[in-house]
Design a binder for this molecule. Structure first.
Ligand code: FDA
Length: 585
């Protein structure tokens, strides 16, 4: 039977994973179709924290400026507050999301981009608009039903919800970016570890002018320690800013064994009132929905020609703000590999490196996000507020910290420490930027004989750049004439790039001799790019005439510490490296 439509890549889902896969593929000129269940994109704020790595991806895909223009800036994100309600007592704050001066410096040193708060209902249109403008064929109200695959492609049956009928789309590859209840992942039989439904949670989206409780301590998150706040949920009650300071979302837990409460407007308003702590302020409830905290990750991200990305492969709570970030980064890892396999440059073996590189990251972030929930408990412990008790007892325990007694002094110290420890959720720069794909795990990275440098400091809190193959190219400000740009701006756009310096002419010639298109970047005095601050020289970990081969996703694939001994040597070494990366050896 002839299919009704034909494409190279069919993507199921228009969330962060599907939309960014479509955007990257269209940017690289790969024909693709997106089918998505509903008649619109996300209609609630959902994921919002957008970290520097994701901003680097969006910069390469040409939508960074638009995201920055629409997002809440970093400086309004950072006073994560713990309180008894917004109007109630404040228990302490954590400088977050790069707003601690030392962490801010680390952010500035690590990347040309800034973190921001970009709610999902604003992010998805940016990604989808750009994807469609570049060639993506998007079908709303179209539901994935099933697939069958053979040696040459995948035939997918979809349902058109407007017409009520089904049709088939034939694609060379299928991407299941269909979220936490992924039918594609299930039909592909992807093995999963962990468990779903660990705890129950409710999101309530509402409008209210909360300026007087928030503008003086600007933050994305206000955590509320109140009676009932340890039941289910994500560690405590949460008032999250969607747009300063009028659009909000509350996250509140429920006992998952008892099932979700009836989400009437009255119920939603009562929860909002409890967390805001003001019965007078006008509140308009916009929507409520129940969801569960999950702790699940796929061990394999693909089956034959079917690849899954995003929540389809890692399901975890919003702690650390990793959901949409990791989804976009998955798609970015996969897209260039599909492009090179589809145009015949690479062997399909290259696609095996998708699981090899991304599955360990997925498992790591699922574990981190769930651990962060547990790390809120010491704050309640400091207030003796974990065991079942009456609200009066909890308020008395909280008030006791103000006493001039030894017990109160201890309590204050314990509370300060417990709140400060939450940097692992709110200021974990390493979690955001330290993703490495070492050659020991991935065939798309060539070992250079050096030992893994590991991390000098806590790898969750501190980013440590390196050019060892498998790491992201370090950022340094360099110049081209009067223009200042990041080293990251010289790579990407779907191409491999060879980065070298004075004495690296043999590498440049060798790059030109490959079957693969490789852009070349020469950094040094009088060259195409200059390094006036010496930052690149300090970060590159290679001699001036050494070479880095950087993949389209900005990861170092091959490194040679010194100038090549001869032109033949450079060509042989680079050819061997390219063959390994493309899966031809
Ligand atoms: P995502 O779930 O975003 O997208 C899946 C897509 O697939 C959707 O377009 C859907 O319509 C489509 N789809 C599903 N089945 C389909 C089918 N059979 N056929 C066609 N299309 C299909 N995270 C966070 O960090 N902070 C938060 O506060 C929240 N809050 C939140 C609330 C709610 C209600 C949800 C559902 C999720 C969150 N999240 C969140 C999680 C965050 O939204 C999530 O991590 C990312 O959106 C994951 O992106 P994906 O693209 O993988 O899936």
């Amino acid at each position: 039977v002839e299919p009704d439509a034909v494409t190279d890549v069919l993507i199921v889902g228009s969330g962060p994973a599907g939309a960014s896969a479509a955007l990257a593929l269209s940017t690289y000129g790969v024909p693709n179709i997106v089918v998505t269940r509903y008649a619109s994109l996300a209609d609630t704020p959902r994921a919002h924290i957008t970290n520097q790595r994701t901003m680097e991806v969006l910069r390469d895909l040409g939508v960074e400026e638009e995201v920055v223009a629409k997002a809440t800036p970093q400086r309004l994100m950072g006073d994560t507050t713990f309180c008894t309600s917004l109007a109630g007592e404040e228990l302490g704050r954590v400088r977050s999301w790069g707003n601690d001066p030392l962490v801010q410096a680390a952010h500035e040193l690590a990347s040309p981009t800034r973190m921001c708060d970009m709610p999902q209902h604003l992010m998805e249109p940016v990604l989808v608009d750009a994807a469609v403008a570049r060639g993506t064929n998007l079908r709303f109200s179209t539901v994935y039903k099933s697939f069958v695959q053979d040696a040459d492609g995948v035939t997918v049956t979809v349902e058109d919800r407007l017409r009520g009928d089904e049709y088939t789309i034939r694609a060379k590859y299928l991407i299941g970016a269909d979220g936490g209840r992924s039918q594609v992942a299930e039909d592909a039989g992807l093995p999963m570890g962990g468990q779903m439904g660990v705890a129950g949670s409710i999101n309530i989206v509402f409008d209210a002018d909360l300026t007087k409780y928030t503008a003086h301590r600007p933050s994305t998150l206000y955590w509320v320690l109140a009676p009932g706040a340890t039941v289910g949920g994500i560690g405590a009650g949460l008032v999250r800013c969607v747009r300063p300071w009028n659009e909000w979302m509350v996250v509140w837990g429920y006992d998952v064994t008892a099932g979700a409460p009836d989400l009437t407007t009255e119920y939603a308003e009562s929860v909002v009132r409890q967390l805001v702590g003001d019965d007078e302020i006008p509140v308009t409830i916009k929507s409520s929905s129940a969801w569960t905290v999950n702790e699940m990750y796929a061990e394999t991200y693909s089956a034959g020609r079917v690849f899954c990305a995003g929540d389809a492969t890692h399901r975890h709570p919003p702690s650390n703000g990793l959901g949409s970030n990791t989804s976009i980064q998955d798609a970015y890892n996969l897209a260039w590999k599909l492009k090179l396999v589809l145009d015949g440059t690479a062997s399909p073996k290259l696609l095996d490196t998708y699981t090899a590189e991304r599955a360990p990251i997925g498992k790591q972030i699922v574990t981190r996000a769930n651990k962060s929930i547990g790390e809120t408990a010491p704050i309640f412990e400091a207030l003796d507020g974990l065991s079942p008790q009456t609200p009066e007892q909890l308020w008395a325990n909280i008030a006791a910290r103000k006493d001039d007694t030894e017990a109160a002094r201890k309590q204050r110290a314990q509370l300060r420490e417990a709140i400060a420890f939450k940097v692992y959720e709110f200021n974990a720069h390493g979690v955001d930027l330290n993703q490495r794909y070492p050659a020991e795990g991935s065939a798309a990275v060539v070992p250079d004989g050096t030992d893994d440098p590991g991390f000098d400091r806590d790898p969750e809190l501190y980013h440590q750049p390196t050019t060892r193959p498998g790491a992201k190219l370090p950022h340094a400000w360099i110049t081209a004439g009067t223009r200042t740009l990041s080293t990251l701006d010289t790579v990407g756009r779907g191409r491999f790039t060879l980065v070298t310096g004075i004495g690296g002419a043999n590498w440049v010639s060798a790059a030109g001799a490959q079957d693969l298109e490789i852009a070349t970047v020469v950094i040094g005095p009088g060259q195409q790019y200059e390094d006036p601050y010496g930052d690149w020289a300090r970060l590159s970990e290679v001699a001036d005439g050494g070479a880095l081969l950087v993949r389209p996703d900005g990861y170092v694939a091959f490194r040679h510490a010194t100038a090549a001994a001869s032109g033949e040597d450079a060509e042989r070494l680079l050819t061997e490296a390219v063959r390994r990366i493309l899966g031809h050896d």
